[in-house]
Design a protein around this ligand. Structure first.
Ligand SMILES: [Zn+2]
Length: 140
């Protein structure tokens, strides 16, 4: 048993991460070729994600919150584990697939931000060297 999740959820709009979600789904779907249960879970997760305007996400635990479709008012928490009955019975559940897709999408977004950040630092270094070699003219 893993440590119980004590999530703190934030709201992410699907629109914000949609491109990254599409990339994550495409990659996962190609990796799931030949694994019918995983492919099915991914498709169900993708269908659910497309219906959501916002996604409740806990970045620290890489967890999402999903309303039960069959038990109104019941909420499942999924990351690598899930609190739903299917997972408790050892079955593949799509909640975990949805959590994985959201995680991959966010990791993609974070990597893009980090790359922009690194590019900004690289530009600043080059500019500093240029300024040192060719000092800006002092104001007269
Ligand atoms: Zn589940």
């Amino acid at each position: 048993m893993s440590t119980p999740i004590v999530p703190e959820f934030e709201s992410i709009t699907r629109r914000e991460i949609f491109d990254a979600l599409c990339d994550a789904y495409d990659l996962a779907r190609s990796l799931a070729a030949g694994n019918a249960r995983w492919a099915s879970a991914l498709d169900r997760a993708w269908g659910w994600l497309l219906e959501q305007d916002t996604i409740a996400y806990d970045v620290e635990h890489w967890a999402i919150r999903v309303q039960s479709a069959t038990h109104p008012g019941v909420v499942y928490v999924a990351n690598g584990d899930c609190t739903c009955p299917a997972f408790a019975h050892g079955n593949a559940c799509w909640h975990r697939a949805a959590a994985r897709l959201v995680r991959r999408a966010l990791e993609g977004e974070l990597a893009a931000v980090a790359a922009e950040w690194d590019a900004g630092i690289a530009r600043a270094r080059v500019q500093a060297e240029v300024d040192e070699l060719f000092p800006p003219r002092l104001a007269a």
